[in-house]
Design a protein around this ligand. Structure first.
Ligand SMILES: Nc1ncnc2c1ncn2[C@@H]1O[C@H](COP(=O)(O)OP(=O)(O)O)[C@@H](O)[C@H]1O
Ligand SMILES: [Mg+2]
Length: 464
């Protein structure tokens, strides 16, 4: 794994190299070009002055040319050479004679101007050659050669300073980048450390965040995730322990009853029958609980079922038929007011679970001669199902909890009624799975009221 610190520092270093290279070459090149330009204009000016001064001389000789140069106050050149139209040296500050072999002079005699300037070994070496003419005829050429070490020295010293400053800046930038990368890495390492602790199973651990930058944001997100994990884990443990407890109780009864039958050989037929009936009842309770657990785990899995238009009136009627024997046994009157055309996008099974469980509870937790009212109606943009009863009601402090798994207000009463404490959890999860909402309140003058609403589907969804 290539560390971010390494990548970051390499990136900064590359950037610095580019920047410093530019800083060390561009100013040098451009100031050198400026000096070349300046040399061209100063040499051409002086050569022109010499050429026009000499043009007036009749047969100029070395001495007369030297005199003209002295009068013109031309000095500071490495070499000044004047040749006639055939290339014979008329004057040379270096003292040569005969025909010149300087190429630039020969080119100048051909009516051309030649300028050269080079920056070599820290000095500017520049030459300029131009023709002299009189009345349109080339009469000779002037050649100037200059060596300027002073300018070169200035440029070199500026370059040296830029290089020194660049090195200092580069080193400082690298140190700062390294330090910055170290701090970032340190914080990332702390975050990874926290992740390892949580991954090891300590869900109560929280990462300590500092500041409000992206890394802190990452830390906060991680803490929230851990929080959710902790909650889920807590619920899971509770669920497992509650479920084992629920299954253990009927199993223990079954074992006890079976043991009694086996150990009491002389047990009379009637008692055996009674015990076996009890065993059957407990087994049925186990079955109901496991079926409900399966329902819940199916809802938990969130397996995407394809919703279809469900006619709530029809489902309500089916549930009421199934509950009629229970209502008769409890002497509870069940009334209903069901509007036509109450359609929701859901599954028939889930809607049946909802209505069945709510009405079953309303009957079970009722009083003799009590009543239950099931109402179904279409509201503006929802379908509303209300189940009201005149039963024992739910204390306000329990209303928040009744949708939790295995929660019962009155354990003994629920168990006697064959309840598992899972019905309302199933109702709640099924309502949520289909985008609905559920509320519980008090019925007047007594009892409970459950209101479930689902969004009314568009005609596009139902295809009607
Ligand atoms: N209509 C109601 N009136 C009074 N109490 C109710 C009603 N509905 C539910 N409860 C209370 O909520 C608890 C949870 O209900 P539920 O999840 O259906 O489990 P159970 O299997 O006990 O019926 C019940 O045990 C009961 O105490
Ligand atoms: Mg129930």
């Amino acid at each position: 794994m290539r560390s971010i610190r390494f990548q970051f520092i390499a990136f900064i270093a590359a950037l610095l190299v580019i920047l410093l290279l530019l800083l060390n070459t561009y100013p040098l090149i451009s100031s050198r070009d400026a000096v070349f330009e300046e040399k061209r204009s100063s040499l051409s000016g002086q050569a022109a002055v010499i050429a026009s001064a000499l043009a007036g001389l009749d047969s100029p000789g070395s001495d007369s040319i030297a005199e003209v140069l002295r009068v013109l106050d031309i000095s500071g050149f490495e070499r000044i050479l004047v040749a006639d139209a055939r290339g014979a040296v008329l004057y040379d500050s270096l003292g040569s004679s005969g025909h010149t072999d300087i190429k630039d002079v020969i080119t100048a005699l051909d009516s051309k101007i030649v300028f050269r300037s080079d920056f070599i070994d820290g000095a500017f070496s520049s030459s300029f050659a131009m023709p002299m003419s009189y009345q349109g005829l080339v009469t000779g050429a002037v050649y100037l050669l200059e060596h300027d070490a002073q300018r070169g020295a200035i440029i070199l010293s500026v370059q040296g300073r830029v290089r020194a400053v660049s090195l200092v800046i580069g080193a400082a930038a690298l140190v700062l980048a390294g330090f910055f990368a170290f701090i970032i890495m340190q914080r990332l390492r702390e975050l990874v450390q926290s992740m390892r602790i949580v991954a090891g199973g300590d869900y109560s651990y929280r990462h300590v965040t500092r500041g409000r930058d992206e890394i802190s944001e990452l830390g906060n997100e991680f803490n929230q995730l851990t929080e959710r994990l902790q909650t889920t884990e807590r619920q899971r443990r509770r669920f497992v322990s509650d479920a084992s407890h629920e299954l253990k109780t009927p199993l223990a009864s079954i074992r006890l009853l079976a043991d009694s039958i086996v150990q009491n050989e002389g047990m009379d037929q009637g008692t055996v029958r009674e015990f076996v009936t009890d065993i059957g009842n407990e087994a049925r309770r186990l079955q109901r609980t496991t079926e409900k657990l399966l329902d819940l785990s199916r809802l938990d899995d969130g397996v995407q079922v394809v919703p279809e238009p469900v006619d709530m009136k029809q489902v309500s009627l089916d549930a009421l038929v199934m509950l009629r024997p229970l209502a008769e046994e409890r002497k509870v009157r069940v009334r209903s007011s069901l509007e036509d055309g109450c359609v929701v996008m859901a599954t028939v099974d889930d809607m049946f679970h909802i209505i069945f469980n709510l009405v079953e509870n309303a009957v079970k937790y009722n009083v003799p001669e009590g009543s239950v009212q099931l109402t179904l109606r279409n509201c503006k943009d929802s379908v509303q199902l209300t189940v009201e009863d005149t039963g024992i009601g739910i204390p306000e402090e329990d209303r928040l909890n009744i949708f939790s798994r295995f929660y019962r207000v009155d354990k003994a009463r629920s168990r006697d009624a064959g309840g598992s404490g899972l019905g309302l959890s199933i109702v709640h999860d099924a309502v949520q799975a289909h985008g609905g909402s559920i509320a519980v309140g008090q019925n007047k003058p007594q009892g409970s009221r459950f209101i479930v609403s689902f969004p009314r589907p568009t005609s596009e969804e139902t295809g009607i």
